[in-house]
Design a protein around this ligand. Sequence first.
Ligand code: IPM
Ligand code: MG
Length: 371
Amino acid sequence: MSNPSILILPGDGIGPEVMVEVRRVIDWFGANRGLNFDVTEDLVGGAAYDAHGTPLTDETMAKAMEVDAVLLGAVGGPKYDDLDFSVKPERGLLRLRKEMDLYSNLRPAQCFDALAGFSSLKSEIVSGLDIMIIRELTSGIYFGEPRGIIEDNQGGRVGVNTQRYTTDEIRRVARSAFELARKRSNKVCSMEKANVMESGILWREEVQWVHDNEYPDVELSHMYADAGAMQLVRWPKQFDVIVTDNLFGDILSDCAAMLTGSLGMLPSASIGAPSETGRPKALYEPVHGSAPDIAGQGKANPIACILSFAMALRYSFDEGDAASLLENAIEAVLAAGHRTPDLIGEEGRTPLTTIQMGDEILKSLDSLNQA
Ligand code: IPM
Ligand code: MG
């Protein structure tokens, strides 16, 4: 049997430097736990545009379809701001999501105790927080037609995007939320704007249908997305799994992420339907972006990207123990006071570089592995 395969797409900005640390972690699991992967690397986003004039070549797309998991760093940067919309770095990422049919995007917002003081909310509101936002990722206003900028008949311009959801699209993402809830606290809150949008009414009805017919044991509630945003900052621990559409999920997940103190800490997984191998297609990426302002300076926090690999271990490779080991190693590193610059508060600690943080995580893996 060949090893499971991983395609690494470091992308732009801080993507390449955080991905170097992920590769060291992958190698550690090979050397110390007999978990070997066939890893290949390729270009996406602005880096692919610079080399090939497109943010994702057909060859890279084909590779992504073949591997067992894709790990992506980040895409975009000011250098590409003036590019035509069709070749912007973000289009590479959106093409991957769409063609791999990665409809279920898992975005955990978990607050590490050592970092509770970092949140802009009081630490008692966020300490111990562990919620999961499931964002629909392949439909809705991101992809709906018609779209475009058109001329009206008075010589003005109109920007058009379309929010569109089908029954099947809603039901499949709802199922992934209920499945996950069963492995957690058995509670799902669905968010839409059924008070103003027909697509929101359909969303609410279909989520309720899946619940009543297939998951009656899971506690289900519904909330308008604006009220959901308010509740997220008021009392986030009331939630366990939140399921919502593509655009609301984009916004609510950034909000939830910041509750935990640092965007540099949060991973994500995007999961599709099972492929021929039985494994679902999957792409893992940190929630943070390319952070061009700090790129190339050794200031980036590699933890979100490393935790994304932990999610790959858990969801693509069924290696829950290895995933927990990695998460525990990171927790221990933070508890010991190691910090990248994004995690330096008033305590006046000396910041670690990206590589030094990688070193600490490997050391922590070593010591947990021997214990
Ligand atoms: C995200 C990002 C992307 C999105 C961008 C980079 C296209 O904000 O993954 O949340 O809007 O989905
Ligand atoms: Mg976003």
